[in-house]
Ligand binder design. Structure first.
Ligand code: SF4
Length: 602
């Protein structure tokens, strides 16, 4: 099929009006990228005409998302996971091996167009790393020999469909089940019982049950689910929307991958339940671009639910209970995990966070009342509706009822998914996953908190250590500064750039952390880090900027000795060697006298 026909076919999948089509801009771009490996200039011109919007606006969207490109990628487009746990498993050496064997520079397509090798922040495979994506397909458990085999397959032009099946095997790795996952069959294949409860008891009674259960959002912020649904239900509008945030981008988090892989039916049941409560007829699952390989299996689950009368028109035969779900893909922007950015992205735009208030429950998708909840939250809501509030309250603490899924990775014998009642101590978690010689745990990902093992008596709960799910372990052999440096670079890269404290502060923090790691920092720099971190927390527009300094500030506060050991001296030292930087000028001018050196002339 010719390129313009491909684009016409892609666009034909949406409505006729340019306005409706513009909402799908990001989805069109993702599909074009997927089909052509890039978004050619004439495709942009064609899209601009069909969507009646400026080409510059389309380019602005492309530039925002890391997985969209205006230049061709290689036939094999490789993205190696760059998360700290992958580093700990040797990913940097494997990246070097890959580049050397294939003769490529990072991020630059090989001259023959065969292959591109680049990195991405985290692929969500931290329990089975090091991992990479090849044309969107995930390959886990990389080793030197596996890299060798991959290079041979690439050089011989072997189609990915003919690569060894074991390369693509991915385990769920569920190591501990509790309330939510204990009954595997019911959790994986709900029979619509949650929806029947809704139809029998009505929306208000169902909301009372969810309120009594104490369910709070599992993304980490912990907003009360019943309150969110009630606010949305009460907001008058001609349309309401349900959005499932499956943009699991926090480094070290991978539980949504497993839930979407094996328990998607329950997640969709929870979304449908929410729709029945708030009166929505449309829902969206926003799937992170790294999980594109889940797109087809998820679409198959949706289709099965339609055939079973659990989705679509007249759900369970009830007149007026009409609801369907679309899957929208993200494209490599961490900020889109923030709910207002996610909504912007769903509308086809750059994922810049919105000013709040108003909040999405009254002005969300297309400015209509919208519930945005996490994958795990929707699943829990469906199970609570089916089994009751008391079933849920049996586990957890007063402020944090129920259970929490943890994605455990790093220095332990048994990484994977662990479901615990809220209130479990970090010490217990470490014992269960086989962690020994632990120096620190990083809970809730890059935006979370780093705790020394001396604080392992603390609990996973909203009232103590809150987490969206990430739980990374570092033993005594690890350099925690490497982790802090990785996160500082991550945030500088992922800042959307909209507000100055985050855009500039994140970059300054990154440079200061580099200076510390390189042994050039002084007390002056430590004070600067504290001041910049505090400013970012106080003045950033959204959660990304206000949490970005956490790893640095935790390091300074909880691991002062590590910092002290890296300080050059107590005075001031510039971030780079100015005298060395002038060498090129000295070479050009042929001068090497005392006046041409900084030390001598100052
Ligand atoms: Fe963008 Fe950072 Fe500002 Fe959030 S805090 S709006 S990510 S620049």
């Amino acid at each position: 099929m010719k390129q313009d026909e491909i684009i016409k076919a892609i666009i034909a999948s949406a409505g006729d009006s340019p306005e409706t089509r513009r909402q799908y801009l990001l989805q069109y771009l993702c599909q074009i990228q997927h089909r052509l490996s890039y978004i050619p200039g004439d495709a942009i011109t064609q899209l601009a005409a069909m969507l009646q919007m400026p080409a510059a606006g389309i380019r602005g969207v492309i530039g925002f998302y890391a997985f969209l490109h205006e230049q061709p990628r290689g036939d094999y487009d490789i993205l190696l996971s760059d998360s700290i746990t992958d580093h700990m498993l040797g990913s940097r050496m494997l990246l070097q091996q890959l580049c050397n064997s294939l003769g490529v520079e990072i991020g630059v397509p090989r001259a023959d167009g065969r292959v591109t090798v680049a990195t991405t922040s985290c692929t969500g495979i931290c329990d089975q790393g090091p991992a990479m994506l090849v044309n969107g397909q995930v390959i886990s458990r990389l080793s030197g020999s596996r890299i060798d085999r991959i290079c041979k397959l690439i050089e011989t032009g072997t189609n990915i469909s003919q690569w060894p099946a074991e390369f693509f095997q991915l385990e769920d790795n569920i190591r501990r089940r509790d309330l939510l996952l204990a009954d595997e069959t019911a959790a994986a294949s709900p029979d619509g019982s949650a929806l029947r409860v809704l139809l029998e008891s009505g929306a208000d009674a169902l909301l009372d049950v969810i309120e009594k259960s104490g369910l709070r959002g599992r993304g980490g912020a912990g907003f009360r689910t019943a309150m969110k649904w009630r606010f949305c239900k009460q907001a008058a509008a001609d349309n309401h929307y349900v959005v499932c945030n499956a943009d699991e981008g926090e480094p070290g988090t991978f539980k949504d991958r497993v839930l979407l892989d094996s328990y998607a039916d329950s997640v969709f049941e929870g979304m449908t339940l929410c729709a029945g409560v708030i009166g929505a007829s449309r829902g969206y699952l926003y799937l992170r671009g790294e999980y594109r390989y889940l797109l087809e299996p998820l679409a198959a689950v949706l289709q099965q639910r339609r055939e079973n009368g659990l989705l679509g028109q007249r759900i369970l035969g009830k007149d007026g209970f009409d609801f369907d779900i679309e899957i929208h893909l993200g494209a490599g922007a961490y900020i889109c995990g923030e709910e207002s950015s996610l909504i912007e992205s769903l509308e086809g735009k750059r994922g810049i966070p919105r000013n709040r208030p108003p909040f999405p429950v009254t002005h969300g998708f297309l400015k209509k009342p919208t519930v945005v909840n996490n994958v795990e939250t929707f699943m829990a809501a469906a199970r609570i509706a089916a089994l009751g509030a008391d079933w849920f309250c049996i586990a957890g603490t007063a402020e944090s009822t129920g259970t929490k899924l943890l994605s455990i990775s790093g220095d332990c014998e048994r990484p994977g998914i662990y479901e615990y009642p809220f209130g479990v101590t970090i010490k217990q978690v470490l014992e269960d996953c086989g962690a020994t010689n632990t120096q620190a745990v990083q809970v809730a990902g890059a935006a979370g908190t780093t705790l020394p093992v001396a604080e392992a008596g603390r609990c996973i709960a909203f009232e103590d250590v809150s987490t969206g799910g990430s739980f990374m372990i570092f033993n005594n052999e690890r350099k925690l500064l490497d982790m802090v440096q990785n996160f500082a670079h991550f945030f500088a890269h992922e800042s959307c750039g909209f507000c100055t404290p985050c855009r500039v502060g994140g970059s300054l923090l990154k440079d200061l952390v580099d200076k510390l790691v390189n042994g050039h920092a002084t007390q002056y720099d430590i004070t600067a880090m504290q001041q910049i971190g505090a400013l970012m927390k106080r003045t950033s527009l959204c959660g990304l900027g206000s949490t970005a300094p956490n790893p640095v500030l935790d390091l300074l506060e909880r691991f002062p000795q590590l910092v002290e050991d890296r300080l050059a001296h107590s005075g001031y030292e510039p971030a780079f060697d100015l005298d060395a930087a002038l060498q090129e000028a000295r070479d050009i001018t042929g001068r090497d006298d005392a006046g041409a050196h900084i030390e001598a002339s100052t």
